[in-house]
Design a protein around this ligand. Structure first.
Ligand code: RB5
Length: 150
């Protein structure tokens, strides 16, 4: 069975989302697209919530979020328990976000990243394993912070 991935974008990420869907399918992923469905202006929290919520509850192991800069979607996604969303503008950050941070949501900038660059980032992100070890200890600390009453 194919690995599942959930994808969402606002209007700033819509075009890149559409370009990524066949690429992800070609990589063997079963893609669930929760919008937006056109380049008409929408609010990124509405779409970020759908995908990050589904990763947070464990419905999907991985997600990709796209807005214009990638910043808004990052802020939304990282409010969800268990979500480690990484805004990646280059291949090195994509690799490190998996190796060191075990990121489970990749955030892309639709207005900064062309499709060819995005394909390279996504391929690296989806194929690089988490290193564990000292990095797991750091993720455990993030989890503790998340669970602390504030
Ligand atoms: C929408 O214009 C833009 O603000 C949004 O796509 C994103 O970049 C927000 O962080």
């Amino acid at each position: 069975m194919s690995e599942k991935i959930i994808i969402a974008a606002d209007h700033g990420g819509y075009t890149l989302k559409e370009a990524l869907k066949p690429f992800l399918a070609q990589m063997g992923f079963a893609v669930t697209d929760v919008g937006t469905a056109s380049d008409r202006a929408v609010d990124y929290p509405d779409f970020g919530e759908k995908a990050a919520g589904a990763v947070s509850t464990g419905l999907f192991p991985l997600g990709i979020l796209i807005c214009g800069s990638g910043v808004g979607m990052s802020i939304v996604a990282n409010r969800f328990p268990g979500v480690r969303a990484a805004l990646c503008l280059d291949e090195e950050t994509a690799r490190l976000s998996r190796m060191h941070n075990n990121a489970n949501i990749l955030v892309l900038a639709g207005r900064k990243t062309d499709p060819e660059t995005a394909f390279r980032i996504v391929r690296i992100w989806l194929t690089t394993p988490f290193e564990g070890g000292r990095h797991q200890r750091r993720l455990d600390k993030i989890r503790e912070i998340e669970l602390k009453p504030k």
